[in-house]
Design a binder for this molecule. Structure first.
Ligand code: ADP
Ligand code: ASP
Ligand code: MG
Length: 606
């Protein structure tokens, strides 16, 4: 007999008929001999409706009251599903987050789970009942019982956290698609179902906009080794398994808070090539990286900063031994990338630097915790280490530093993040082999809820990135895709660089306002906000060591005249910012370029 946690999303419980169908499915599993805890979302679009009501009353609704309001949606579903189960002759009991004892941080509207009491659930299960739990909600402490919610889409997180706390055999997420597909079938009906995906890949996909799973649910599954499957509540198809390697034993106290950083990684075998002042038009990144991949040069980090006037800077890192080859390719292509007509001599310039190292902090626990990147920058600044390049993904922040600073950087970071010697890994240990035979790209994701902020002329001295991102962290604003420009401007004798990053669109205005005020104190220039962007990303563990993946993505965009505004990479993903109006098209052409389309078309239930 297995203990299973099942979760049903909004569409799966969107009507009385759907709730009855769910009750049938639950009964079938119980009759097969299993014990069931069932987590449900609010019916259909109930939560959206409640949010709308709140904004009709206030443009800035009080967060405590927002949680009070939103938590009601799930409460309706638990009662109705329990009644439906009882009608089928199955004993069942509904429980709110407070009744279970799902204790979270006190941060309203985006609380993280600290601890879950399991005694009451266990008691009901022993009495032969199905326990129906309200997803997405908790309480701030058993003493003051403030209702909290986990953030939109958070019922997945409730389910996986319950599975971890109960030591369930597995967790099933039932939704309106047959599993995890190569991309969102609403945008690309030819998307294909995957039988399985690694939790590392799914973490990136979920954080980059694939809303089929809440990223924090994947984080918990990975940290606690919870077997997780996504399936359709309309069929008996097997769905997609999210696979995690067996993690070390971990305490269930501070479930979502312990250890934002699991490991520190470094690579001292890196060199950087930068092309300054290349034209800001479609096709430039494609021709550069196309040529590089034809020469079989494998690039690691790629960064393209925001354009200034009508030019961009593109920088990438390679392994030191192939620097001469990479430099030769860049130098050969530079004249073709010059900017005709601009100030006569506005030619693209190639700059190389060997003797650099990449130092990264990695860990799923940094998702949605803005203070983590800021702490890394502050730690490096205190150790007197200057950051030459920054590249981020949701689960990793990498900084390029001088090789002579690498040891100091690693030891300062391991102290700051309390990482003992074993998880400090050289990149050689992590990705020893090349061409693993895996497909380079598993999935493509689109995030249309981001905005870009560019800060001009940030004084280039240690500590500035730490200050800037520290200020954002204080306001609990999470940033993504941080990019520091390669170009240096001297303003009143002080060398400066531009820094650009993306934030959730709902945080954008507050971030801009705060940064304009802070700029007066810290001496940076204009703070430019662009809300009209989308971010399109490819993810796949197989892209490590396979040249040509970036070139293929950039070429697909270029062939469709889509201009790339920013590029940021990690080992297993490449993200490009494009204009908002071109986002869906970008997703479609990239999905097709990697041959991910299948012959069947998916129709998502209304
Ligand atoms: P639920 O209400 O069941 O939690 P969600 O709407 O939160 O469902 O998530 C399911 C939706 O996620 C699908 O209907 C689909 O449009 C979207 N989606 C985005 N990316 C993917 C993907 N890679 N695979 C499957 N679905 C995806
Ligand atoms: N009802 C919540 C939402 O719509 C939580 C969830 O469905 O996961 O965001
Ligand atoms: Mg969901």
């Amino acid at each position: 007999m297995a203990l299973i946690v099942q979760k049903y999303g909004g569409t799966s419980v969107g009507s009385v008929e759907r709730i009855q169908a769910v009750a049938q499915r639950v009964c079938k599993s119980v009759n097969a001999g299993n014990s069931l805890v069932v987590v449900v979302s609010a019916m259909g679009k109930t939560t959206d409706g409640l949010v709308k009501l709140a904004y009709e009353i206030s443009p800035t609704p009080n967060r405590r009251e927002m949680d009070m309001l939103l938590s009601t949606g799930e409460q309706v579903t638990i009662a109705l599903l329990s009644m439906a189960l009882q009608e089928c002759g199955q004993a069942a009991i509904s429980m709110t987050g407070a009744q279970v004892g799902i204790v979270t941080e006190a941060t309203h509207t985006k609380a993280r789970i600290l601890q879950i009491s399991t005694e009451r659930i266990q008691q009901h299960l022993q009495e032969g009942k199905v326990v129906v739990v309200a997803g997405f909600q908790g309480i701030s402490s058993t003493a003051n019982l403030e209702i909290t919610t986990l953030g939109r889409g958070g019922s997945d997180t409730s389910a996986v956290a319950l599975a971890a706390a109960l030591g369930a055999d597995y967790c099933e997420i039932y939704t309106d698609v047959p599993g995890i597909l190569t991309t969102d079938p609403r945008l690309v009906p030819e998307a294909q179902l995957m039988a399985e995906i690694t939790s590392d890949e799914m973490l990136e996909l979920a954080s980059l906009g694939a809303k089929v799973l809440h990223p924090r649910a994947v984080e918990i599954a990975r940290n606690y080794g919870v077997p997780l499957v996504v399936r359709s509540s309309w069929s008996d198809a097997p769905g997609t398994w999210v696979r995690s390697t067996r993690p070390p034993e971990r305490s269930l106290i501070n479930l979502e808070l312990a250890r934002p950083v699991d490991a520190i990684e470094f690579d001292t075998n890196q060199a950087r090539v930068a092309l300054l002042r290349v034209p800001d038009r479609p096709g430039v990144a494609a021709s550069l990286f196309g040529e590089i991949s034809r020469q079989n040069v494998d690039v690691d980090l790629i960064i393209q900063s925001i354009h200034e006037g009508n030019t961009n800077d593109i920088a990438f890192t390679v392994m030191t031994p192939i620097l001469p080859k990479a430099e030769a390719v860049a130098a050969a292509i530079a004249p073709a990338l010059s900017n005709p007509g601009e100030h006569g001599s506005d030619t693209a310039e190639v700059m190389v630097k060997s003797d650099i190292a990449k130092v990264s902090i990695a860990g799923a626990g940094m998702i949605g915790r803005p203070g983590v990147a800021a702490k890394m920058f502050a730690t490096l600044a205190e150790a007197g280490v200057n950051i030459r390049m920054i590249s981020t993904s949701e689960v990793k922040v990498s900084c390029v530093v001088d090789v002579c600073d690498c040891d100091r950087a690693v030891s300062a970071l391991s102290q700051a993040f309390e990482i003992t010697s074993s998880p400090i890994r050289s990149v050689v240990d992590i990705h020893p082999g090349k061409n693993t035979g895996k497909p380079p790209v598993r999935g493509v994701a689109l995030d249309q809820n981001q905005a870009r902020i560019a800060i001009r002329h940030v004084p280039d001295k240690p500590g500035m990135a730490a200050k800037l991102f520290g200020l954002l962290a204080e306001k609990t604003i999470s940033v993504d895709m941080i990019i520091q420009s390669q170009r240096c401007h001297i303003i009143n004798g002080v060398p400066t660089r531009d820094i650009a990053f993306t934030v959730a669109r709902m945080d954008a205005l507050a971030a801009q306002e705060m940064l304009i005020t802070a700029g007066k104190e810290y001496g940076w220039g204009e703070v430019v906000l662009d809300q009209e962007i989308s971010k399109v990303s490819i993810v796949g563990a197989g892209m490590v060591g396979q040249p040509g993946v970036a070139a293929k993505m950039f070429t697909a965009l270029a062939q469709n005249q889509i201009n790339i505004q920013m590029i940021a990479t990690s080992e297993i993903k490449i993200s490009c910012v494009v204009s908002q109006s071109e986002g869906v098209k970008a997703l479609q052409v990239i999905h097709a370029a990697f041959g991910l389309a299948g012959s069947e078309k998916f129709v998502v239930p209304a």
